[in-house]
Design a protein around this ligand. Sequence first.
Ligand code: SF4
Length: 327
Amino acid sequence: MNAESEVLLEVRDLKKHFPVRGGVFGRVSGQVRAVDGVSFSLRRGTTLGLVGESGSGKTTVGRTVLGLHAKTAGQVLFQGRDVHALGTAQLKALRPRMQLVFQYPYGSLNPRLRVGDAIGEALLEHGMAAAADVRERVLEVMHICGLASYHYERYPHEFSGGQLQRIGIARALALKPDLIVADEPVSALDVSIQAQIINLFSDLKEEQGVTFLFISHDLAVVEHLCDDIAVMYLGVIVERAPRDALFAHPLHPYTEALLSAIPLADPDAPRQRIVLQGELPSPAQPPDGCRFHGRCPRAQAACAQVEPSLRDLGDGHFVACHLHGAL
Ligand code: SF4
């Protein structure tokens, strides 16, 4: 099998609900349906952008894929192995191959540990390098991530936000992972630094063959990096397509609204900004019918009654909207 066509990750009808507790006895009074039936697959060496506003469930998808949250239902298959059916020892053995890059890397670094040691500690923990070889491997990934050798001896507080994110990426990369889940990795950075880190991810994909699940609230951030994009709204994927198709021909009204918010390089170019009314509804009580109908500028009467399913329109373009399928 061609490595590029190998499905590395397959997510099938994944659900993650969190109990809502209340009252003196802390009884369960409801469920937050953070992820409510999400399916996608990710081929080796490609990048899938998972996009949606805060509260859409995208971060929960990433963490449940990695086994950091127990699932409520569905399956996560990593190279055909069901991640949530593995025992503790098997999951620990799999952990180096599925890494997470955080939004705020400083919080995941021990302030008293030199960054070289922080990058190398997981190598020792997982027995992936002898103590004598760790420094060489660490310097290698630091170089790949644009860090200098002298940074090895420095402490986290001595670095800028962009450099800290490079350290976070180097720490994940040291373990030679097959999959990196990057959760809003540039949203805390200045725009000029964002571009540098996006370029680093792009180089890692091209030169190291890393597969990424790239989570972002900002479609503009994923535009140049991702092969495919899935748009989430209130716990479900509402549109999924190859990047170029999604940007050229968005089909879901929510995707259209997200795209209309991206600043154009030419400020005089004609484009109408679609401003969504209202707030994202609570995932504890998602609306009946289409979850987007209360904010959708193109809603029809039936949209409040029947939930649209994700339909395959061909060429890898999927959409969940009654405008694109029989009711
Ligand atoms: Fe809008 Fe109806 Fe389509 Fe939902 S199903 S996105 S409410 S048109």
